[in-house]
Design a protein. Structure first.
Length: 106
């Protein structure tokens, strides 16, 4: 399994209700948040009734430009993280971004 098959989603308390409504595996849409004032490479992860978090800051710069430049929605598969992932890192969702174009960060 490559690292692109286990990309963590960072989620805060604001997204707990959206996360709880999702099945074990699901599809997400990725959206570059060009107006995010806290992180210039912010990629929102959307599923179900709205945002469920952001692509982890360690990974997002590699995908930001291709997602931002895309004219079609970028989607990928997601799954709920294991209890171990949650207990050791707080990660609730993992993405399989192996089909999403990546590049060197700017």
């Amino acid at each position: 399994m490559s690292l692109t098959e286990r990309v963590p989603v960072v989620a805060g308390l604001a997204y707990v209700e959206n996360l709880r409504s999702l099945p074990q595996t699901f599809t997400v849409a990725l959206s570059a948040e060009t107006d995010n004032r806290y992180f210039r490479h912010a990629i929102a992860v959307l599923a179900g009734t709205g945002k469920i978090g952001f692509v982890a800051v360690e990974v997002a710069p590699h995908y930001y430009q291709s997602i931002k430049a895309s004219t079609a929605p970028i989607t990928c598969q997601a799954r709920r993280a294991s209890v171990f992932d949650h207990e050791t890192s707080g990660v609730e969702v993992l993405l399989d971004m192996s089909g999403v174009p990546a590049a060197e960060p700017d």
